[in-house]
Design a binder for this molecule. Structure first.
Ligand SMILES: [Mg+2]
Length: 429
């Protein structure tokens, strides 16, 4: 079906397809038959359905695709004497059309093999593969998708409500500060204080972040802890000069304010699961251009922020699914964070680390802020009063949602305002 005809790439592709078809037909056609019928035009709906219903095999092999509806249309038409669907693993639909013959389009011999397998398949097996897929396609139809989509949208808090809670909580914090109350401030870094960067190393504190940190450091009765998935070494290099508590690797290591030494918090934790899971992550690294595995002392992380966003997200979901099975009997937690999938010991969490600190201190107010799934454990903290802040999209237990790190910094700046004058010289970049 002609589409986007003014895009040069599409024109080139069409020319390539036409010339190749010409070559194949020139070589194999006889007076009575030619192997390829190429239709470049719109086929009306009843005729299209008839062609789908008649086809023995449908081959849908995109190199990348969000969903792919052609595959689903073909399935919808396979009522009696069904055909076989050959589907690229890079089509979004491959995730739910589990009974198709799944192929990698970058591997032509395997695609050829799948075509042979499809043509030779018995009617029994064809029906066995097609029936459950067709059931699924007919059940989760366009109406179903639209309905669930609208339901999700209506579940989101209204903008006005969000604005109100922003000012309400900001005032609550300002009030505690101005009457000299003690505040425990537990802040995630990447995606919360600082915008996510393509290269993790580029996320070092910039001027806007440093200015805020100076103000926080100057604020009396303000206990600040930076709590991150990063290694202790990173946090030391970036925040070592500030009088803050530092919590690295999601709570596995902790450095109290004013101390130079890190304390390991993971004594007695088993890491026997690491080898096997590392192998699986390496497979995903190989299959997903731009992604890489990070082996931290207390966790394994698969990063995909440099991969194609849609494809990376797709592979991350697959990985998370495979990990749930592989690690079912291991004492680990699998977290699908912002552009990462991470495996950490179940005993270690940001929430547990914060809990330990909060129990030994007396705060008039505790604030926890974070942007991804690893921060949710902090939002379960039991303390009164407690302000929990989620930065960005996604499900959360937090009571306040702010749209971006910039908005979060505005939130803190506004509450600190003139009450905390900076007494520190800005530290070098
Ligand atoms: Mg974060």
């Amino acid at each position: 079906v002609p589409s986007r005809e003014n895009v040069p790439e599409y024109q080139q592709l069409r020319e390539e397809v036409e010339s190749r078809i010409g070559r194949i037909n020139g070589k194999y056609a006889t007076l009575h038959n030619s192997p390829i019928h190429f239709i470049h035009g719109t086929v009306d709906f009843p005729e299209l359905c008839a062609l789908y219903a008649q086809a023995d095999v449908a081959i849908v092999t995109p190199l990348i695709d969000g969903m792919n509806l052609v595959a689903k249309e073909y399935i919808a038409c396979q009522k009696d004497d069904p055909g076989v669907l050959i589907l690229s693993e890079f089509a979004g639909a491959a995730e739910e059309l589990f009974n198709a013959l799944i192929v990698n389009p970058y591997d032509p011999p395997s695609v050829a093999q799948a075509i042979e397998q499809a043509l030779a398949m018995s009617p029994g097996e064809r029906a066995e593969r097609m029936t459950p897929m067709r059931k699924r396609v007919m059940k989760y139809d366009a109406q179903w998708w639209a309905k669930t989509f609208i339901e999700d949208l209506s579940a989101i808090n209204l903008q006005a409500e969000a604005k109100q809670s922003f000012h309400e909580k900001q005032e609550q914090l300002a009030e505690v500060i101005s009457r000299g109350g003690r505040v425990g401030l537990f802040l995630d870094y990447d995606g919360t204080l600082r915008e996510i960067q393509r290269e993790p190393d580029q996320a070092r504190p910039n001027a806007a972040v440093r200015e805020l940190l100076e103000k926080l450091a100057a604020c009396p009765e303000m206990d600040v802890a930076i709590i991150s998935g990063r290694k202790a070494k990173d946090l030391d290099a970036w925040f070592g000069e500030y009088p803050f508590g530092l919590i690295a690797e999601h709570g596995a290591a902790m450095r109290l304010p004013g101390e130079k030494k890190w304390r390991q918090m993971d004594q007695g934790v088993s890491y026997a699961w690491k080898d096997e899971i590392h192998k699986l992550l390496q497979q995903f690294e190989e299959q997903t251009p731009g992604s890489f595995v990070e082996d931290k002392p207390t966790s394994l992380v698969w990063h995909y922020r440099k991969s194609d966003p849609e494809f990376g997200e797709h592979k991350a979901k697959l990985l998370a699914g495979e990990l749930v099975v592989l690690a079912a009997n291991e004492p680990v937690v699998i977290r699908h964070g912002d552009k990462i999938v991470e495996i950490v010991p179940a005993q270690i969490s940001k929430g547990a680390a914060v809990q330990r600190i909060v129990e030994s201190e007396h705060y008039d107010l505790v604030i926890c802020a974070g942007d991804d799934q690893t921060d949710e454990s902090m939002f379960r903290l039991e303390h009164d009063p407690l302000i929990t802040i989620k930065v960005g999209d996604g499900d959360t237990l937090a009571k306040v949602r702010l749209s971006s790190p910039a908005e979060f910094r505005r939130f803190l700046e506004g509450a600190l305002a003139s009450r905390c004058e900076s007494r520190h010289e800005p530290s070098p970049a």
